[in-house]
Design a protein around this ligand. Structure first.
Ligand code: NAG
Ligand code: NAG
Ligand code: NAG
Ligand code: NAG
Length: 293
């Protein structure tokens, strides 16, 4: 008779313990192993050095271009430009930059530069290879580049600040360009000066400044005698450092390693559940033994 009473009690105790176990296993774990996932970071290669939106299309009637074009003379005082600066209009007026103008247009770099000039506080400096400079490249060179490379080629001739000739003398090497990083294999540009003579090198191409094409205290354009083909076009950048050895108990779980983080999390959950089940059944066992005997 005693069995009849004990069995339902035992069964409900089992049910209670199982439910207890289930709830605990479902509930969020205390102290998660992994830190909250870091916000997604944009890969460096995807970052645009020209993040500004393109300007709205301009009316066909372009505002008059700035009137100063200076060759081999100290910059004269330019009358204030009457409209936004238009880099292709300036180069057209200067003559001898048709290849550069074509590249600026086909890569949409002209619009981006014009937009930047409208908003920058630092100004820009453009190293403008002459038609003769482009002509001295091995034939077919430009066409062998992808449009992305052609854009990089333009960007590697644009310095992200306004530099006078004398400011080249104090620039520190490697100089940054809009093309991106200056580490080996990327887009470093070095300058050497003697008086007002300025030489530039990427390590694979060398050029000298020929003249001042344009300057207005915000934009400087200097003619150069060779195309500054960037290092990136000749050597691969060094491989990124190998992934750090997996830190076993570290709380800083790298976002690139979600599987270990998840399995650590899961195995913690499993072992917690096992422990709770074990304790629950030990209690059940004790109670049953007490009630039975
Ligand atoms: C800039 O000048 C070029 C050539 O003069 C012209 O075709 C173009 O429409 C101008 N762009 C702007 C934004 O005014
Ligand atoms: C220049 O900026 C002004 C205001 O900041 C804006 O109205 C104008 O459309 C911009 N022009 C260009 C060519 O981006
Ligand atoms: C610049 O380069 C030219 C020829 O490449 C060289 O004769 C001249 O000495 C160089 N000047 C400087 C300042 O490095
Ligand atoms: C540029 O200058 C940096 C710093 O002086 C130097 O480490 C690097 O080798 C130079 N590169 C070239 C191509 O001249």
């Amino acid at each position: 008779m005693e069995q009849v009473i004990i069995m339902p009690t035992f069964a409900s105790l089992m049910l209670f313990c199982m439910h207890f176990t289930y709830v605990l296993a479902q509930s969020p774990l205390p102290a998660p192993v992994s830190a909250p996932p870091a916000p997604p970071t944009i890969p460096v290669s995807a970052q645009s050095p020209l993040p500004l939106p393109l300007p709205p299309p301009q009316p066909a009637a372009a505002p008059p271009a700035p009137t100063t074009t200076i060759f081999t003379q100290p910059p004269a005082l330019a009358p204030a430009p009457t409209g936004p600066t238009n880099v292709t209009a300036i180069l057209e007026k200067a003559h001898g930059f048709t290849t550069l103008i074509r590249l600026l247009k086909t890569t949409q770099s002209a619009e981006r530069i014009n937009t930047e000039l409208n908003t920058t506080n630092q100004g820009l400096t453009i190293l403008a290879p002459t038609d003769a400079a482009f002509a001295s490249l091995k034939s077919g060179t430009l066409n062998s580049y992808t449009s992305e490379q052609q854009t990089e080629l333009i960007q590697s001739h644009v310095l992200p600040s306004y530099l006078t000739i004398s400011q080249f003398q104090t620039a520190s090497n490697p100089m940054s360009t809009q093309a991106g990083g200056t580490n080996y294999g990327l887009f470093p540009l070095n300058v050497t000066t003697t008086g007002t003579s300025v030489n530039l090198t990427t390590g694979f191409a060398h050029a000298s400044i020929l003249n001042t094409v344009y300057t207005d205290n915000q934009l400087a354009i200097y003619g150069i005698d060779h195309v500054l083909l960037p290092q990136r076009f000749f050597v691969a950048p060094p491989p990124s450092p190998p992934p750090a050895p997996a830190p076993a108990p570290s709380k800083h779980v790298k976002k690139a390693q979600p599987p270990p983080a998840v399995s650590a999390y899961a195995s913690n959950a499993v072992s917690l559940m096992h422990e709770i089940s074990f304790r629950a059944f030990a209690v059940v066992g004790l109670l049953a033994a007490y009630w039975l005997f």
